[in-house]
Design a binder for this molecule. Structure first.
Ligand SMILES: [Zn+2]
Ligand SMILES: [Zn+2]
Length: 175
């Protein structure tokens, strides 16, 4: 969906609210498809900031069908955030202020889909876990350690420690 904002560049003072829904059923993330389970309509509030410039504010909430980074079990991830961006039209003589990170509109059109997909990526969690203390998968037998304690010996000596140990041993021999 595209929202026509041309009236903002004709009038000096204007406010407008538009409700729109993300059309995509899934997003591509690092080459992986992630399904969108729930999406609430997003209300975009546009407000003119003077010639050739306007702000878009609002908030969104989407639920995704993801997997736990630890144990790989399915887990729902909610991504929600507020946004507040400055938009300007390419045709306008708008002076860029670095801190604003403005969004360039092509032909006075606001692309809902592109905007929301970008906002989702910006707000995507660094790590997805089914629970805070997810025990993950045993590197030896592959068991989900949240469900079973397999008792495998997963102790792997840190190679950096081994180097220090060698130096320590060598130093001791010299004495
Ligand atoms: Zn997990
Ligand atoms: Zn194991």
């Amino acid at each position: 969906m595209q929202i026509d904002l041309s009236s903002f560049f004709e009038a000096e003072k204007l406010d407008k609210e538009v409700s729109a829904k993300l059309e995509a059923q899934e997003i591509r993330f690092f080459g992986e498809k992630v399904s969108i389970l729930k999406k609430e309509p997003v209300v975009f509030h546009f407000s003119s900031l003077g010639k050739g410039k306007l702000s878009v504010t609002g908030s969104f909430k989407f639920t995704f069908d993801t997997r736990c980074d630890g144990c790989l079990e399915p887990v729902e991830t909610v991504v929600e955030a507020d946004f507040d961006r400055v938009c300007f039209a390419k045709q306008e003589d708008y002076e860029l202020h670095e801190e604003e990170d403005p969004l360039e509109l092509s032909g006075y059109l606001f692309d809902v889909e592109a905007f929301l997909l970008n906002e989702i990526l910006i707000n995507w969690p660094m790590k997805i876990l089914c629970k805070k203390d997810c025990k993950g998968i045993c590197p030896v037998c592959g068991a989900n350690n949240n469900l079973v304690e397999c008792g495998c010996d997963t102790f792997v000596p840190d190679p950096r420690m081994a180097v220090i140990q060698d130096i320590f041993n060598a130093a001791n021999k010299e004495v």
